[in-house]
Design a protein around this ligand. Structure first.
Ligand SMILES: Cc1cc2nc3c(=O)[nH]c(=O)nc-3n(C[C@H](O)[C@H](O)[C@H](O)COP(=O)(O)OP(=O)(O)OC[C@H]3O[C@@H](n4cnc5c(N)ncnc54)[C@H](O)[C@@H]3O)c2cc1C
Length: 362
């Protein structure tokens, strides 16, 4: 890992990307659109992107406020999925309304207040929608969030990695950090020369010696897949748990948040929690078909980790997407590319420099 004295290194590709989840895919697509060449390494050691519910919704339904850069992310990020659908010939973005189930008249009032606020008015429909589904218990009705949807992340990433494989851009293997060599004009890795490496490893970042000092926490999440032929629901229902329609009488129910378990195994406790929450508002029989778990890459200040390594200027990071990878990944990737290619400063609240600055303070 020590700098080597090479007179000039001609890059064989522009960038190496480590990680083939939502962050790595968004980065690869951003580079491709900018005419840059790359190789992407993925070892499938992390699963967050493949198990994700895939919802995109700029409103934090618990607190009824806009999520970080909510409206801006919607406008910026959804077109990447639309373009990918056209380029790969797939349909993975389903425009689905998110229906927030009200548990009381107080919650209905809070909805009306929120729907009046600037920013939120674009997304919250200012009326109560009565429940018409006998398989759901919702006496106080629902509030509808507009412009929301669901990306089938597992299908998207499968199609994406197949296309990378066909084009010869995918290396289905672990990136070995100790094999990285630095040169005055770039880096080399096992005979591949590149301008730089962009790390997108999700929770796997903690194994990366260059960035493991950043405060990535990880929040485990689990989801169930149920089959419920009598439910016949086309919208996403948000109550104590989300119900996300998949088609063919199948629904995903999720998700849990756990901060003290970093294994990717499913647990009986999470299954029980999700079923308890589901049973508070579902009124039809169902059977559980599957359970999945993954670790969300979360950060203490709930902002992404994007930027350049303070000592190795050829190393970059896109991480910390937390529980909103679908909306944040394309935006974070394009901010990083504008930073690399045009020197445009990164938004300060996502720039990893915020943590390095703190560490340098006496
Ligand atoms: C249960 C659950 C439900 C969720 N629901 C939603 C949702 O509805 N909407 C939403 O927007 N977000 C959701 N999320 C969050 C979302 O999944 C994450 O924000 C996002 O997937 C993070 O993407 P990532 O690419 O940063 O990380 P990951 O998906 O973890 O991908 C990292 C990739 O890097 C690879 N990797 C790591 N180290 C190496 C190495 N050394 N060599 C090669 N490859 C390596 C891993 O194998 C992996 O493929 C959910 C998450 C969970 C767990």
């Amino acid at each position: 890992m020590r700098p080597k004295e090479l007179p000039y290194l001609c890059p064989m590709v522009d960038y190496l990307i480590v990680g083939g989840g939502l962050a790595g895919m968004a980065m690869a697509e951003t580079l491709r659109e900018a005419g840059q060449s790359f190789r992407l390494f993925d070892n499938r050691s992390q699963r967050a992107s493949r198990v994700a519910g895939g919802l995109y919704n700029p409103v934090v339904l618990k607190r009824l406020n806009l999520s970080w850069k909510g409206g801006e992310l919607m406008a910026h990020s959804i077109p990447l999925y639309t373009n990918l659908e056209a380029r790969l010939g797939i349909r993975v973005d389903a425009k689905l309304p998110v229906m927030r189930r009200f548990a009381s008249a107080g919650e209905q009032n809070a909805w009306f207040e929120a729907a009046d606020k600037p920013g939120l008015a674009d997304f919250l429909e200012p009326r109560i929608i009565p429940n018409e589904n006998p398989a759901l218990d919702a006496p106080f009705g629902y509030g509808r969030v507009k412009h929301t949807g669901k990306v089938d992340t597992a299908a998207l990433l499968e199609a994406y990695s197949k296309s990378l494989h066909r084009e010869g851009h995918l290396l289905s293997e672990s990136f070995e950090y100790e094999a990285l060599e630095f040169h005055p004009t770039g880096i080399s890795y096992k005979g591949i020369q590149a301008r730089g490496v962009i790390f997108c490893e999700g929770y796997g970042m903690l194994q990366n010696p260059f960035f493991s000092d950043l405060p990535l926490q990880g929040t485990k999440g689990e989801l169930l897949t149920i089959r419920a032929p009598e439910l016949r629901e086309a919208a996403v229902i948000k109550s104590g748990a989300f119900i996300i329609p998949l088609g063919g009488d199948r629904y995903r129910v999720g998700a849990t948040y756990a901060w003290n378990d970093y294994s990717q195994d499913t647990t009986a406790k999470a299954r029980e929690t999700l079923l308890e929450r589901l049973d508070t508002f579902i009124r039809c029989p169902y059977e559980v078909e599957a359970q999945q778990a993954g670790i969300r890459p979360t950060v203490p200040d709930r902002r992404p980790l994007v930027g350049r390594h303070p000592e190795h200027p050829n190393l970059y990071l896109v991480n910390g997407l937390g529980s909103r990878g679908v909306l944040i990944a394309p935006y974070a990737a394009s901010c990083l590319w504008a930073f690399i290619s045009k020197g445009r400063p990164l938004p300060a609240d996502m720039d990893i420099e915020r943590y390095y600055r703190k560490a340098r303070r006496p």
